[in-house]
Design a protein around this ligand. Structure first.
Ligand code: ADP
Length: 509
């Protein structure tokens, strides 16, 4: 009798394994850190063997700690840091270079050349992405162009390339399974998100042979099996971390959205079977789905500095000891007394995309105190998220005309800072929507477990998954529309002034 599903959650900083039961309760968990390598400023790498070894260690530790037998596990799902690429020798299984991590900016020049050659529009239409070093394609090109001997090996048919999901499943199955899923593929800047296939023009443009890339599959099907602690386990779910969280939050229909409040904020809104092309600075991405279903899509917007602004209050300004203290101090004042903090520490992400902007605090008076600044910092997280929600609603409205049925009405939330009830209430007020915080803190891993469980019949269907998702708390808007408008107006003036300041610096230098 199969009683459990196991999720492998290979994130940027750690590899975790989490065992879920049929009610999606967490039964056991293990975690191993992943070492970060910074060879030059702006470059970020990891050792692929370190990723695999730590993921495998977490997997076996999680099962061993639980006291269950491995053959009670119905299936394994993988969720992973997206965009990170690994190339390896298919005969020896050894990487030809370190993993180039999503944060790595080394391919800026390649991206600028693509932009200058006028490929931006084609890439946007085909892949749903904007040209940026963030995505996998130019990272693969970099390894092919810069690592000695790799081009020759490619010609000899000895090299394979993939994102972290592909690497893990290839290693787990001893080289038998070479696949990725469409959510990971959609972040490579090489995949046509409308057909779910590698795009020949883009492969040609970046000089990447199709033969080195894995087959693109759905996010929920049996890809293969591997031997583990005496059992043969099917790998049956794959999704990139943000899409996995969207699935784990059971956002399956147009207008259902989730925001992860971590270091940054990652907001994804499901748009059903329609790939909505953003006119407002968002990305179009593939949402996780089962085999045999049409491809489903989401709009995605990321905020660079979310919870990180609270960490900054703690580590740099030393206004608080713990991130959670922010709620205590912010509640001591009734509002931020006209103070706006714009945390553009490394530019502004969606929907503004201004890499030159730098942070600032507006509206200070002699009466401004520490608590107002802490409150304004929390508000900045909610304001930035609201800007992404407004952009998403505007994009969907452009496609739907007067039909408002697919506008975001409930925002499901997770991530470290979603534990802050004051922040969640601010979000509900500024966005005038219900904010629903999940009882399960591990929504990313839950997504992978759900996808794997569906593929093997451990979970019946999406309806059953919906019935499993428990709510910790709902936050309802209680701010008047006029006050909301006034606050947002102040925030947008602060953003404009902040950008103006950074612009003047550019002009003067
Ligand atoms: P990540 O996965 O990006 O490392 P987490 O989901 O662990 O992030 O969330 C950690 C971030 O959330 C930190 O930047 C921290 O400052 C912030 N954070 C954690 N708890 C709270 C809280 N109660 N209130 C506000 N911010 C918080």
């Amino acid at each position: 009798m199969k009683k459990y599903v196991l999720a492998l959650d290979e994130g940027t900083t750690s590899a975790r394994a989490i065992l879920f039961d049929k009610k999606s309760n967490i039964v056991s968990m293990a975690q191993h850190e992943i070492k970060q390598i910074y060879p030059h400023p702006g470059w970020v790498e990891q050792d692929p063997m370190d990723i695999y070894a730590n993921q495998y260690a977490a997997l076996t530790e999680c099962i061993a700690k639980s006291g269950i037998s491995a053959d009670e596990i119905a299936a394994v799902g993988i969720t992973n840091q997206r965009e990170t690429v690994i190339l390896w020798d298919k005969n020896t299984g050894r990487p030809v270079y370190n993993a180039i991590v999503w944060q790595c900016r080394r391919t800026s020049d390649i991206c600028e050349a693509l932009e200058a050659a006028g490929h931006g529009e084609y890439i946007r239409k085909t892949t749903g992405l904007r040209i940026d070093p963030y995505f996998s394609g130019t990272k693969i090109k970099w390894i092919l162009d810069h690592v000695e001997g790799v081009k020759e090996k490619v010609l000899a048919g000895e090299v394979l390339a993939g994102t972290v999901d592909t690497w893990l499943i290839w290693k787990l199955t001893d080289g038998k399974v070479f696949v990725t899923d469409c959510t990971n593929a959609s972040r490579t800047m090489l995949c046509n998100i409308h057909t779910g296939e590698w795009d020949p023009f883009l492969l040609d443009l970046l000089d990447i042979p199709k033969e080195i890339l894995p087959e693109i599959k759905s996010s929920s099907e049996i890809y293969g099996t591997f031997e583990c602690m005496g059992a043969e386990l099917p790998v049956a779910g794959i999704a990139g971390d943000q899409q996995s969280a969207l699935f784990g939050q059971t956002c399956f229909q147009a207008g259902e959205a989730k925001n992860t409040y971590g270091t940054g904020c990652f907001l994804l809104a499901h748009t059903g079977e329609r790939a909505v092309q953003s006119q407002h600075g968002l990305l179009t991405t593939v949402a996780a789905g089962e085999k045999g279903r049409p491809i489903e899509y989401a709009l995605e917007g990321s905020v660079f500095v979310g919870g990180a602004v609270i960490r900054w209050l703690r580590d740099e300004l030393k206004l608080i000891h713990e991130a959670s203290d922010s709620e205590y101090f912010a509640r001591k004042v009734k509002d931020s007394a006209g103070v706006y903090l714009v945390p553009a520490f490394s530019g502004l992400g969606a929907p503004i995309w201004d890499m030159h902007a730098r942070g600032t605090i507006f509206g200070l008076t002699a009466g401004t105190g520490k608590n107002h600044i802490i409150r304004a910092a929390l508000e900045s997280i909610a304001y930035q998220t609201e800007d992404v929600i407004a952009a998403m609603n505007a994009d969907v409205a452009l496609m739907n005309g007067e039909n408002k049925s697919e506008a975001i009405s409930i925002l499901k939330v997770d991530g470290g800072a979603s534990a802050n009830d004051l922040l969640m209430q601010m979000q509900s007020d500024f966005s005038s929507i219900t904010v629903r915080s999940s009882a399960n803190p591990e929504t990313t891993a839950a997504g992978a477990a759900f996808l794997a469980g569906l593929a093997v019949g451990f979970f019946a269907d999406r309806k059953e998954l919906k019935s499993l998702s428990a709510t910790r708390k709902n936050f309802e808007p209680c701010m008047s529309e006029s006050e909301r408008r006034e606050r947002l107006d102040g925030w947008h003036r602060a953003i404009a002034a902040c950008r103006k300041f950074s612009e003047s610096k550019e002009e003067n230098t």
